[in-house]
Design a protein around this ligand. Structure first.
Ligand code: 5BU
Length: 276
């Protein structure tokens, strides 16, 4: 695991060169939460209701904005207001995967206007280096209106059974993260990737943030190939932020569930940093 994994969120916030990574760690520290809730509901009313009720206990809300049946300006305004009210960041799990010219338009134009409201986005590196270069170019262009308040996670591994995001694909994810470090915050992966072989040398100050999906306290998987691990296991393997969907929003009491994931995620983190 990376030596940075043993540092506190506060220390990582203080030392990180990327402003959005600093903000992310500051939010985690301030709210004592490393929970990202995957709010996979299908109407704006449900999404905003969940965001408002779970807001105090989470660091990040993860959306799949294209599963909403009624996406509109109200969705954007509501999400932005709740992010400010509860001090959480918004991660759109859009998984861009196309040539550079297309993803630039999907990110910064189009119906969903993702750049307007999503602090964090992610992409697959299946298309090659150009996808990372293109998204970084858009977000770092002088006319991009959201300044340094945007960042990218590279989807380096997946939790689904038989995932092909392994081996040389995962290595290339690390290569491109290192090459585009000013825009790439880190990875969506099942573990820390510090030990993964890469053609690009690690810089001694690098501190990639690891988000791990497929976290669930009461289930081992679903009927469609999803594979779960617990907060303890994910954080023990290097996750900095744990992502839980159905484990929270489909629980009988989502607020109680969010508190439980928050507590377990925080205890596992405290154990990792040696109770500092
Ligand atoms: P669940 O309800 O906790 O299984 O939801 C998991 C969420 O994380 C869901 O939004 C997926 O699209 C997302 N996900 C995932 O499960 N596994 C992955 O490897 C990646 C994303 Br990348």
């Amino acid at each position: 695991m990376s030596s940075k994994s043993q540092s506190t969120y506060g220390a990582r916030a203080a030392n990180h060169p990327n402003p959005l990574a600093r903000k992310l760690f500051q939010v985690a520290e301030a709210k004592k939460s490393n929970v990202t809730v995957s709010a996979d509901v299908t109407t704006t009313a449900e999404l905003l209701d969940l965001a408002d009720r779970l807001g105090p206990y989470i660091a990040v809300i993860k959306t799949h904005i294209d599963i909403l049946s009624d996406f509109s300006q109200e969705t954007i305004t509501g999400l932005n207001a709740l992010a400010a009210k509860h001090n959480f960041l918004i991660f759109e799990d859009r998984k861009f995967i196309d040539i550079g010219n297309t993803v630039q338009k999907q990110y910064h134009q189009g119906t969903l206007r993702i750049s307007e409201w999503a602090h964090i986005i992610n992409c697959s590196v299946l298309p090659g280096e150009g996808i990372v270069e293109a998204l970084a170019q858009t977000a770092q262009s002088p006319d991009f209106p959201y300044g340094q308040d945007r960042g990218l996670l590279i989807l380096a591994e997946m939790t689904s059974k038989g995932s092909l995001a392994t081996g040389s694909y995962t290595s290339a994810s690390v290569d491109y993260a290192r090459k585009y470090q000013s825009f790439v915050l880190g990875f969506v992966s099942t573990r820390s990737l510090t030990e993964v072989e890469s053609t690009v040398a690690a810089n001694e100050n690098e501190d990639f943030v690891v988000f791990t999906t497929g976290v669930n306290l009461s289930s081992k998987g679903d009927k469609l190939g999803q594979q779960y691990q617990t907060p303890q296991s994910a954080i023990g393997r290097g996750a900095d932020f744990i992502i839980a969907g159905r484990g929270i929003y489909a629980a009988p009491d989502p607020v109680e569930a969010a508190k439980q994931y928050q507590q377990q995620g925080w205890e596992a983190y405290m154990a990792r940093v040696g109770g500092q």
